[in-house]
Design a protein around this ligand. Structure first.
Ligand SMILES: NC(=O)c1ccc[n+]([C@@H]2O[C@H](COP(=O)([O-])OP(=O)(O)OC[C@H]3O[C@@H](n4cnc5c(N)ncnc54)[C@H](OP(=O)(O)O)[C@@H]3O)[C@@H](O)[C@H]2O)c1
Length: 230
């Protein structure tokens, strides 16, 4: 892996992914909205930046050209099918053998076999309702984006993040195929480690066409379950 693209580079997750990718020595092309370019001033000499909306097909076509991997932040913001447009453009224009890694939350399910706690179900229902009502986000758009990714025969991975917190890295998160797995019980990951998992997935063949649900490797549930296995 030599050259990668980060779509949504100026957000919190995107900025962490830039740092991890620079540490790995990758050449980076970043895409972010024009009004957010200034957030990347500190790395502007180390990456190639293409300003533009991430659902702008011409922008994505230019950005992913020649990239061995693409890291995509799927955000549900706005009500203009932003996630779906972003995902579809990446699926359509990325190099055929490129690794495509998308971020989302636990609420996305690939096969309906995830088991959710009532609290998360209520949160998603209320957030989804209010978001649509006040037109600041559309969770259904992230769901549709992921449906299209799951149906694609590209070399995709959809990384499903737990609740997030800031802080120093605790190491590469552990993952399970389904929410409800006891190792995920603690439901907490450092955002810096979510980014670490996204970047590591670029070179992990075991994650091709998987939708790992992740959690911190240092959280109680992960430590409990690893203890049982040893
Ligand atoms: N937050 C959580 O607790 C949580 C939990 C689990 C999973 N996740 C997943 O983690 C990923 C990153 O989430 P995050 O919360 O950490 O946010 P983030 O990394 O800051 O990313 C938000 C992204 O959305 C863009 N954005 C913000 N407002 C927008 C708008 N109105 N229209 C278009 N784009 C807009 C931002 O771009 P600008 O820099 O241009 O503003 C940025 O690229 C997402 O895939 C999310 O589903 C988050």
């Amino acid at each position: 892996m030599k050259k990668i693209c980060i779509v949504g580079a100026s957000g919190k997750l995107g900025r962490y992914m830039i740092q991890h990718a620079l540490n790995k020595g990758y050449e980076i092309v970043g895409v972010c909205r024009e009004q957010s370019v200034h957030k990347l001033d500190d790395v502007k000499d180390k990456i190639t930046l293409i300003p533009g909306y991430t659902n702008d097909r011409a922008v994505i076509k230019q950005a992913v050209k020649g990239c061995d991997g693409v890291l995509v932040v799927l955000a549900p913001w706005g009500v203009q099918q932003y996630s779906t447009g972003t995902a579809q453009a990446v699926l359509d224009y990325a190099e055929p053998e490129a690794r495509l890694i998308f971020s989302c939350g636990w609420h996305i399910t690939r096969d309906g076999k995830d088991v959710y706690k009532t609290g998360l179900k209520i949160f998603v229902a209320i957030f989804g309702f209010l978001a649509k009502l006040f037109r600041f986000a559309d969770l259904d758009d992230q769901v549709e984006a992921c449906k299209r990714i799951f149906a694609s025969d590209t070399r995709w991975t959809v990384v499903r993040g737990s609740d997030l917190e800031e802080g120093e890295s605790e190491g590469l998160p552990v993952w399970a195929r389904h929410v409800g797995d006891p190792k995920l019980e603690s439901n907490l990951t450092r955002r810096i480690d979510f980014a670490l998992f996204m970047v590591a997935a670029l070179e992990d063949e075991n994650l091709v066409q998987e939708a790992p649900a992740i959690v911190s490797c240092r959280c109680e549930s992960a430590l409990n379950e690893s203890g049982k296995g040893s």
